[in-house]
Write a new protein. Structure first.
Length: 253
């Protein structure tokens, strides 16, 4: 499995660069002694350059989206190369909140290829809106994986991280309910099977992590029993103490 990875998704937070740098410094200081866990903070684009100037070997930077090409007449877009030059090493793609704005698997696929070509590690989010009794959610995740990874080479697959993000478990979802470690394990097994069927049983499979409002209260159960390689906390990553608690749980397993 290798090192456990904890990726914080700040989303559209904090409000100012000063607040972002303060939060980042607090996290970096709190995790300065970790050895077995990889820590990533995916911050808003405008903060990356400033955060990159804060020296720390324990916390890597990531972005929350990118475009599929490096240059061109694309007003408002930010390329993988721009992100890389700003200090990002990871990028979240296909997050459910982006999909809700209209992103398709085809568009995410272009972004995946662009990120890989630009030297970034793409964190591909997949997940169903609801768990139906007919188990259609398996087909939804299968289609997302196949569509978003279409044309990606076998050599590139180990460089990808797959984040299982059940939308029904997100804190922003109305009438949300908690997902269990068993839910994560079921889907992680399914995802690995899909990837093995698509790319061959001999490939090195990518890390699979769990999103879905992961926090310091359920981190231990998910990491121990969820069949996963890490977590993608959202809200919890905006609190240095809570995020550090998640990292420490991963470190001490």
């Amino acid at each position: 499995m290798g090192r456990t990875i904890i990726i914080g998704n700040w989303k559209m937070n904090p409000l100012t660069a000063k607040d972002a740098e303060k939060l980042f410094k607090n996290i970096a200081k709190s995790v300065s002694r970790i050895k077995k866990t990889e820590v990533v903070i995916c911050a808003p684009f405008i903060y990356l350059d400033g955060l990159a100037r804060i020296r720390t070997s324990k916390v890597k930077l990531g972005a929350q989206d990118s475009f599929g090409l490096d240059t061109g007449p694309f007003t408002g877009e930010i390329s993988p190369d721009m992100l890389y030059q700003a200090g990002a090493k990871y990028v979240i793609l296909g997050h459910s909140e982006r999909r809700a704005l209209g992103e398709t698997d085809s568009l995410i696929n272009k972004k995946m290829k662009g990120a890989l070509a630009g030297g970034l590690v793409p964190v591909l989010c997949v997940g169903e809106n609801e768990r139906d009794e007919s188990h259609e959610y398996f087909n939804i995740v299968r289609n997302q994986l196949e569509g978003c990874l279409n044309g990606v080479s076998k050599l590139s697959i180990p460089k990808v991280i797959i984040a299982y993000e059940p939308v029904w478990a997100l804190s922003s979802t109305q009438s949300r309910r908690d997902a269990s470690a068993a839910d994560a394990r079921e889907m992680s097994i399914f995802i690995r099977k899909i990837l093995s069927d698509k790319f061959g049983s001999k490939i090195k499979l990518p890390k699979i992590i769990y999103g879905g409002s992961a926090n310091e209260k359920d981190a231990s159960d998910f990491l121990k029993n969820g069949g996963i390689d890490g977590l993608l906390p959202g809200k919890a990553s905006l609190d240095a103490k809570k995020f550090t608690a998640v990292v420490n749980i991963a470190e001490n397993l």
